[in-house]
Ligand binder design. Structure first.
Ligand SMILES: [Zn+2]
Length: 206
């Protein structure tokens, strides 16, 4: 189901779609179980028992903020992880409890060392800034695209650039916190060897 406006994030870039509820004027509510991309830039809300809703009805969408905020903290943490481990990113996944990135690398990684580098960036309280860039500007700076598995969309005129000054700069359409200190204490829980040229790094929020 689509609405004329929404704050819900549709699943994408390894980040889950938002969940929450729809508050109706008769004070009943419906569950939003997931949010996904439809065609033509539409944001589709997956709803349980939507048959009672009619076109033109005014409703209020209520985000499961606790879950979304964990995704924002985790997503921003993965930008820090990408900065600390300077290799190509070949995959990744975000959830409220744990997240991971896959790196195109053969070297081994020291869990504790990566953990302390991450927490130093968190403590430094760097600002997290987003701004827009045109396709032409991005084409002139191919070094901005670190993620080898997900290319930025080609069909849109401009892309959102996520910058943590002095730490990370890359196109990203996900959700982030506004300062790195909001992430809180991080821990590298596991480093897995997934093939000769792949290291999978798992992180958790403390
Ligand atoms: Zn991002």
């Amino acid at each position: 189901m689509t609405f004329d406006q929404t704050v819900f994030y549709p699943r994408g870039g390894g980040q889950p779609g938002d969940t929450g509820t729809i508050a109706r004027s008769d004070e009943s509510s419906l569950g939003i179980l997931d949010t996904v991309h439809g065609g033509n830039g539409e944001v589709l809300h997956v709803i349980s028992g939507a048959e009672g809703l009619c076109i033109g009805e005014e409703v209020e969408l209520c985000l499961d903020w606790k879950r979304r905020y964990a995704h924002m903290r985790m997503h921003t943490a993965l930008h820090l992880l990408g900065a600390v481990v300077p290799f190509g990113v070949t995959g990744g996944n975000i959830s409220a409890a744990r997240s991971r990135l896959d790196f195109d690398m053969q070297e081994s990684l020291d869990k504790d060392q990566v953990t302390s580098l991450l927490n130093a960036l968190v403590s430094a309280d760097h600002p997290v800034i987003s701004r827009w860039i045109t396709q032409a500007e991005l084409a002139a700076r191919p070094e901005l695209v670190r993620t080898m598995s997900v290319r930025p969309p080609q069909q849109v005129e401009r892309l959102r650039l996520l910058e943590i000054p002095g730490v990370d700069l890359q196109p990203c359409g996900g959700t982030h916190v506004s300062r790195t200190s909001e992430i809180g204490c991080l821990k590298v829980s596991k480093v897995e060897k997934k093939g000769r040229r792949n290291r999978r790094v798992h992180i958790t929020l403390d």
